[in-house]
Write a protein of this length. Structure first.
Length: 151
């Protein structure tokens, strides 16, 4: 079953169950997917690929994380909780991200295999990691880990 279909099915079941914690977020996700499909039609694409939907979901999570930081600074706890719930719902459709230990191990192995020794090699390392582990790594964590390892 495609990711788009899973999201739509989850939305339908949440609407039937009248789950007010989930369906507003899923409506936003479905709407964003449809918007991306419409934008893609002008370029000749009929449907989004799975990887496009995953990157769209990651973008939505990133936006919500930024909002969480703003709400935390402003002391707006009710809005912060709302954004965190949305992040949980959206994250449930993403592939499982590796933990910090596994990420660090992969980074060390990549540095060793490429013979990288300084911060100048960071772009080469990131490119290699993105080609091999695009779905399973959180690249905001990867950049922090790489800076530690290469310093």
């Amino acid at each position: 079953m495609s990711l788009k279909k899973k999201i739509e099915d989850k939305l339908n079941s949440a609407l039937k169950a009248k789950d007010k914690n989930i369906y507003p977020t899923l409506r936003l996700v479905v709407s964003a997917i449809k918007d991306a499909e419409i934008a893609g039609r002008s370029k000749g694409n009929k449907e989004l690929k799975e990887s496009d939907i995953v990157s769209l979901l990651k973008k939505m999570i990133k936006q919500r994380n930024e909002s969480c930081q703003v709400y935390k600074k402003a002391g707006r706890n009710e809005l912060l909780e709302s954004e965190q719930k949305e992040i949980e719902v959206i994250s449930s459709f993403l592939p499982k991200q590796l933990g910090e230990e596994e990420t660090k191990k992969i980074c060390q192995e990549t540095i060793k295999s490429l013979g990288a020794s300084s911060m100048k090699d960071m772009g080469k390392i990131m490119g290699n990691l993105k080609s091999k582990h695009a779905d399973s790594l959180d690249f905001s964590k990867v950049s922090i880990i790489l800076k530690e390892l290469l310093s």
